[in-house]
Design a protein around this ligand. Structure first.
Ligand code: GLU
Length: 504
């Protein structure tokens, strides 16, 4: 029987969620859905020194906003819990002890000061096959003495004993066959002095106990893979080992290194999914959400940063991505981040969604500016302006004048080449409008043009002032459509108000 597909996202909740992390979540999610599998959220919070209040809740909110809902995990339940590693503390020690008993790991009693001294004395010091016999551990002191120290509660850690002169081979579904020389790998700590496991032990134990079938994670974890593979082997679980999927990095726009939070600050674009405020420094990093991205656009652009379906298609719905995603089309090399392209995806997605689908997002943008529009009216306005919006926040600039009278006018545009004749035109235009029975854009345009030709004024000279009268500046969709939307009385009132302002 085929093994059930069970994949996990396993963040350490220490700060903002980088878009590389969102892409890992997305690929996990697509793969799980495509294979009728399960997508699991496990919180890796065993490093208490890195505890950041609010960071876990933040991740849950990011997942919610992205629409990438786990099937199991912290906050989602499931049969393999608890899914928060700090609540699994009791589970790990027995495995570390088992490794010691079998000679695959050892107790180390070196104090932080001992280690500091070594680091100062030996450049690039590593606790490894080369140095372990000069340290204070259960291989250099008599067995009974070591056991006694442990029994008496002397501070100690458990380290993996990495073998010398071996190669660790494994297959990565993106990279193919990978080999690591164990002489390059250090004796990682598995269990810390506070009894908590390190990432290396906890990740292997939990992937095993949670029956994970595929490990999707960023390429930065590749150097840890040999340690994990040895642990799978030493713990006797080799036949259950998951398949490895190390995803390519998202690179800086110039391709030189991994995209970092600082690049975003330097170049003016978000790197986190949603806004992250560091609780210690109160430093704020803006997110895609707050910049006015649709989650559909972020998911779509991230899917394509590292994958394509071999055609020219770039806009994919979630269902299309689930159907078409395949690991053999994930690139090995890093993908350069392109902010203009990211904006393009968002603009396309804004165009693609119906006014109904955009409604909640646009309402939020407008309500933040104290505009509370009628639902039906807003739907027609969304359709009128969505082509002009790159960010959801643009809906305000592009549409506020449909809901509120302009407070100020671009006077230069309004008064340029202004004449008494034009003032008269707009006065008469009000009378014409008053008499008109119909009020759609075409009628308004006809009245406008007929009056202009009756007065022998070029229509082109009147359009800009008309626009400024209605919206306050040189922006907005077709001006007769604006007049139609705001209604006859409001159009006339705005002309009157603008004419008074010109006189001042
Ligand atoms: N806790 C690790 C992280 O913060 C998980 C790495 C993995 O998926 O193995 O990314």
């Amino acid at each position: 029987m085929e093994k059930e597909v069970r994949v996990r996202f396993a963040p350490s909740p220490t700060g903002g969620l980088h878009i590389g992390g969102v892409r890992t979540i997305l690929y996990n999610y697509l793969f799980a859905k495509q294979n009728n599998g399960k997508f699991i959220l496990r919180i890796e919070d065993t490093d208490q020194s890195r505890f950041v209040p609010g960071a876990e809740e933040y991740i849950l909110n990011c997942l919610k906003w992205c629409g990438l809902t786990p099937d199991e995990g912290v906050n989602f339940g499931g049969n393999y819990g608890p899914y928060r590693q700090s609540e699994r503390k009791k589970i790990y020690r027995q495995y570390a002890e088992q490794l010691v008993a079998q000679g695959y790991a050892y107790y180390a009693f070196d104090t932080p000061v001992d280690l500091e001294n070594k680091r100062n004395a030996i450049p690039n010091f590593q606790y490894s096959h080369a140095t372990r016999m000069h340290m204070r551990n259960s291989m250099t002191i008599p067995h009974e003495a070591a056991e006694a120290l442990v029994r008496e509660g002397a501070p100690h850690v458990i380290r993996i004993k990495i073998p010398e002169h071996e190669n660790v081979y494994f297959n990565d579904l993106i990279r193919g066959d990978v080999a690591f020389d164990t002489n390059q790998v250090d004796d990682k700590v598995l269990l810390k002095a506070d009894g908590m496991p390190t990432y290396h032990l906890a990740v292997v134990v939990d992937d095993y106990l949670m029956k994970i079938s595929h490990v999707f994670r960023g390429e930065e974890w590749l150097p840890s893979a040999p340690v994990h593979i040895l642990l799978w082997k030493y713990l006797g679980w080799e036949t259950d080992m998951p398949q490895w999927v190390h995803l390519p990095l998202i690179l800086k726009p110039d391709g030189k290194g991994k995209l970092s939070k600082r690049d975003g600050e330097r170049l003016g674009f978000p790197v986190f999914a949603t806004e992250w405020i560091d609780p210690k420094t109160l430093e704020k990093a803006i997110g895609y959400k707050e910049t006015g991205f649709l989650p559909q656009a972020l998911n779509n652009l991230l899917a394509l940063l590292g994958w394509n379906d071999s055609t020219e298609q770039e806009i994919f719905t979630m269902q299309e991505m689930i159907d078409k995603f395949s690991l053999d089309r994930v690139h090995k090399g890093g993908a350069k981040f392109d902010w203009d392209k990211a904006k393009w995806f968002n603009a396309e997605w804004i165009k693609k969604l119906t006014s109904n689908e955009l409604f909640p997002y646009v309402t939020e943008v407008l309500e933040a500016k104290n505009i509370y529009p009628d639902k039906e009216y807003l739907a027609t306005i969304i359709d009128l302006v969505k082509e002009r919006c790159v960010f959801l926040t643009d809906f305000y600039e592009q549409s506020f004048f449909f809901f509120t009278t302009p407070h100020s006018y671009d006077m230069d545009a309004l008064k340029s080449k202004w004449t008494d004749e034009k003032a008269l035109f707009f006065n008469d235009l009000i009378s014409e409008f008053k008499q008109s029975e119909n009020w759609d854009a075409l009628d308004i345009e006809n009245i406008f043009k007929n009056l202009a030709s009756a007065k022998a004024i070029k229509v082109g000279e009147l359009m800009l002032p008309f626009r400024v009268m209605l919206v306050g500046g040189k922006f907005g969709p077709q001006v007769f459509l604006i007049a139609q939307s705001i209604g006859k009385q409001e159009t006339m009132d705005r002309i009157v108000k603008a004419l008074e302002t010109i006189k001042l």
